[in-house]
Design a protein around this ligand. Structure first.
Ligand code: ADP
Length: 405
């Protein structure tokens, strides 16, 4: 069978999914898995689409010291699946910078462009690109498609795209990019099927996972995001603080003598639910704990999601629908209920039974705003883009059509 491999490479793990290109160009998920512990305790685990284990194998750290080696180990295992012919590989790439507003088939020139963006996302971009570089050298004829977390937001108007800082920095790329774009694009794609009556309206999507952000959609297009130059801004996350006064960082530098590397670690690893509760970054663990600090962290999370929803509703000039997605949004009825309470002033009312059951539509009959729970699928979105580019869709980096908000 012809298949598309989707790769999401992080600092110490390589997540994989494979989709069969079925008749009529439908995509069918065949397997998913990951090779984690790269360089420390490498372990490859892959399950079939129905959850059956296909492989669970550990390696010595010297066998899989880095991401290219991880790709090699995963590829070696995939080659054992003899009836699979790889048609293309789709990659998640966090940053497409100002130019890439849609997926791109990677060439050496495009790879060089994307490598030049590494300073904008130093913790992610080099890892995302490492497997692309390896495959480009080893299998130059295998199509590789880069799909960007920023691309879906590139149509933002100038007002949304700017910070109030000197224009020279904007020109250099210091902009409000927004992230989780593949998730939002998937939801925007699903909405007309789930609720055609509101898909053309004003919708806020809350991607609430370990990383979390909100996106404002008008007629299915992103017009505003709570994330900006990096994935640090907006709502609190598992280990990231969300919006924070830059004065706090100046204080840490001057009064606490923390340097850039220490502050970076602090902001990405020690804040958010973990920092606030002192217990865990994991919402499940906090919900299971009766500790007042855990309860406060959850309340704070719901409060900040409520505040940010108000901000995006202002950008949209009102609200027709609100969508919960990602790990917390899809699974935690308790967090959904707390956030909905904060949004009652906007006309959001949920039906407790529908919410507890996790139905697709959870708003009550009298709610002015329709509320949905829609599972996201970023990997399928990457596979769909990859398939589209294989079929000869227009190339990337066509200039944006900008709406001025
Ligand atoms: P990522 O893909 O960014 O790692 P996920 O979208 O998987 O993150 O979300 C992870 C978050 O979802 C964690 O905080 C986890 O506790 C939370 N989560 C997953 N399942 C549940 C659940 N049943 N109840 C509450 N929270 C959950």
């Amino acid at each position: 069978m012809d298949a598309i491999l989707v790769v999401n490479a992080g600092s110490s793990s390589l997540k994989l999914q494979m989709f069969e290109i079925a008749p009529a160009r439908a995509l069918r998920r065949v397997l998913k898995g990951q090779l984690d512990g790269v360089g420390t305790a490498p372990r490859l685990r892959i399950v079939a689409a129905d959850g059956t284990a296909m492989v669970d194998r550990s390696f010595a750290p010297t066998e899989v010291p880095d991401l290219p080696a991880a790709l090699h180990a995963a590829e070696a295992w995939l080659r054992e699946l003899r009836d699979i012919t790889l048609a293309a590989v789709g990659h998640r790439v966090v940053h497409g910078g100002p130019a890439y507003d849609r997926p791109a088939r990677v060439t050496p020139k495009i790879l060089a462009d994307l490598e030049a963006l590494a300073p904008l996302a130093p913790l992610h971009q080099p890892h995302n690109l490492a497997p692309i570089r390896t495959l480009l050298a080893r299998r130059p004829n295998l199509p590789q498609i880069a799909c960007f977390d920023t691309a879906f937001h590139r149509g933002h108007g100038a007002l949304a795209d700017h910070y109030a800082i000197p224009e020279a920095l904007y020109t250099e790329g210091v902009r409000r990019y927004g992230f989780h774009g593949l998730s939002y694009e998937y939801i925007a794609d699903r909405l007309p099927k789930v609720a055609p009556e509101i898909a053309g309206g004003r919708v806020i999507v809350a991607h609430l996972g370990s990383g979390a952000s909100l996106c404002a959609l008008r007629a299915g297009r992103s017009i505003e995001s709570t994330m900006g130059f990096t994935g640090l801004d907006g709502v609190p996350m598992g280990t990231r603080p969300g919006q924070i006064d830059p004065g706090v960082l100046l204080h840490l530098m001057t009064a606490k003598r923390m340097d850039a590397a220490v502050i970076e670690h602090f902001l990405y690893r020690d804040c958010g639910l973990k920092g606030l509760s002192g217990i865990s970054s994991d919402m499940r663990a906090l919900e299971a704990s009766g500790d007042p600090r855990a309860i406060f962290a959850i309340d704070h999370f719901a409060y900040r999601v409520g505040l940010c929803t108000g901000m995006l509703a202002a950008a949209l000039g009102g609200l027709d629908a609100f969508v919960f997605t990602a790990g917390i949004g899809e699974n935690s009825a308790g967090v959904r209920a707390r956030i909905a309470e904060r949004l009652a002033w906007l006309g959001v009312h949920i039906d407790p039974a529908a919410n507890a059951e996790g139905r697709t539509r959870i708003s009550s009959a009298d709610s002015a705003v329709a509320v949905f729970v829609i599972p996201t699928d970023e990997e399928l979105m990457i596979a769909l883009h990859t398939l589209a580019l294989l079929a000869g869709a227009p190339p990337a980096s066509t200039p944006n059509q900008r709406d001025e908000t």
